[in-house]
Design a binder for this molecule. Structure first.
Ligand SMILES: C=CC1=C(C)c2cc3[nH]c(cc4nc(cc5[nH]c(cc1n2)c(C)c5CCC(=O)O)C(CCC(=O)O)=C4C)c(C)c3C=C
Ligand SMILES: [Fe+2]
Length: 411
């Protein structure tokens, strides 16, 4: 039996987008994995965490509106010399087949490594995108969307080109670390000789069930992060996040553009800041994410309110003020990040922060104008360092019998 989880519950649980298509079930998609009665525990069924699954096929690829998962891997590939359109078609076919199997909780085929053998799908999503350079390498320049024009340089950028860009990008998320790693290895293996990894990053979020009640995620600065995200139930959600039919590149219909930034948090500086100052940096309370102007987490910020001293309660440079859609001509994006921690530098500084992933129908109406404004100076910027960047066209979900990107590669 499968049970569709109510969007409201999952929205709360992840603090990100809705949960379109996420299904829980005692047996849901776990074929080939531990069945009731198989293990030493004898008859222990998969929990809701293990049996949750997301659909591989549909109008949009999975991994955009699904709840944040506990584990994430991002990997970018460059096509190898000699790999052209024909080989890219074969690659996307192989990747699609393996992603569909794994997302349904099935093994990755003959060469399965066995790493996920006892687990269900664990809400695994595998999402594929194309970088601007892919179109040169495959002779498809006329199908490159203008939205893939390079992002402008920002004054605060400290970007490492070796950890930026890439011909192809794959986002993997799952609520189990072994399931996520298993998918990463399967994707790397299926790349074969046609594509080699350019960069790879690992991230995490809170585990499902870790909090007493479902709530929006926290980041490594301790803030509730994701409150202002557009919600799938809002009438303009699809228009803001997904490419509408009738655009210049029909193959992108139902797709979205992912801006990926590795943003290091300068945690030693941040943690020295007293709580009241930290809250002024964002314009929201740290404990519950409520605006400094009062109410609860979902109460609108009152950007005009002044205190007894005549000063704005939400300071003029507060991050929540600078990024608010009404301050940016309606610019909106769906932020669906993973935190990361890559160890401690020799001087003791943590290499930790956010794998910031913003989804939008057009980066020029989402990430770019907002980041331009942040770059001119918001209160959070002194505590951040953008260290890597990527922009990827993520096509719509595959229809029956299709592989991801077929409408680009074979139209
Ligand atoms: C260019 C876009 C953005 C970058 C880069 C960015 C980095 C960043 N943000 C936080 C923490 C918070 N951000 C919050 C809100 C928020 N941030 C952006 C955009 C970028 N953030 C937007 C569009 C919004 C929503 C604004 C709104 O809808 O009113 C918040 C407040 C809570 C919330 O709404 O999510 C926090 C906290 C960090 C730590 C960070 C880089 C590491
Ligand atoms: Fe933000």
């Amino acid at each position: 039996m499968t049970v569709e989880v109510s969007r409201r519950r999952l929205l709360g649980a992840v603090g990100a987008a809705g949960a379109t298509g996420v299904v829980l079930g005692a047996a849901g998609g776990a074929a080939g994995y531990a069945a009731a009665g198989d293990g030493p525990a004898g008859g222990t069924a998969l929990s809701a965490v293990g049996s949750a699954s997301a659909p591989f096929r549909g109008a949009h690829q999975a991994g955009i509106v699904q709840p944040l998962q506990a584990r994430g891997h991002l990997i970018a590939f460059d096509l190898t010399p000699g790999t052209g359109r024909k080989e890219a078609i074969a690659l996307l076919r192989r990747w699609s087949a393996v992603a569909e199997a794994l997302m349904a909780g099935k093994p990755a085929g003959d060469g399965d490594t066995g790493v996920a053998l006892d687990a269900g799908p664990c809400a695994l999503t595998v999402t594929f995108g194309f970088g601007a350079s892919f179109f040169d390498r495959t002779g498809l320049v006329d199908r490159r969307p203008v939205q893939l024009e390079p992002l402008p340089a920002f004054s605060a950028d400290r970007l490492d080109p070796r950890r930026s860009h890439g011909d192809l990008w794959v986002q993997i998320g799952a609520d189990d670390a072994l399931v996520a790693f298993h998918a990463l290895r399967a994707i790397q293996r299926e790349a074969g000789a046609g594509a080699r990894p350019r960069w790879q990053m690992n991230g995490f979020n809170r585990s499902p069930g870790a909090t007493a009640h479902p709530m929006t995620a926290r980041n490594l600065m301790g803030q509730i992060d994701g409150t202002g995200n557009p919600k799938p139930a809002e009438p303009d959600f699809d228009r803001r996040i997904f490419v509408a039919p009738g655009g210049a590149q029909p193959w992108m219909t139902g797709g979205s553009y992912a801006v990926v930034r590795r943003i290091r948090m300068l945690l030693d500086d941040w943690e020295k800041l007293p709580l009241a100052k930290q809250e002024q940096v964002i314009g929201r309370r740290k404990s519950d994410g409520a605006p400094l102007t009062g109410g609860g987490e979902t109460t609108e910020l009152d950007l005009d309110r002044t205190g007894p001293d005549g000063r704005l309660v939400v300071p003029g440079n507060a991050h929540a003020r600078i990024t608010a859609p009404e301050q940016n001509g309606g610019a909106a994006m769906l932020r669906r990040p993973f935190s990361y921690h890559d160890g401690i530098d020799p001087d003791g500084t943590p290499d930790a922060g956010l794998l910031f992933i913003a989804w939008q129908a057009d980066p020029l109406k989402g990430f770019v104008p907002v980041q331009r404004k942040l770059d001119r100076g918001d209160a959070l910027s002194p505590f951040l360092r953008h260290e890597a960047s990527g922009l990827f066209a993520v096509p719509g979900g595959p229809g029956d019998g299709e592989y991801v990107g077929q409408r680009l590669l074979e139209a």
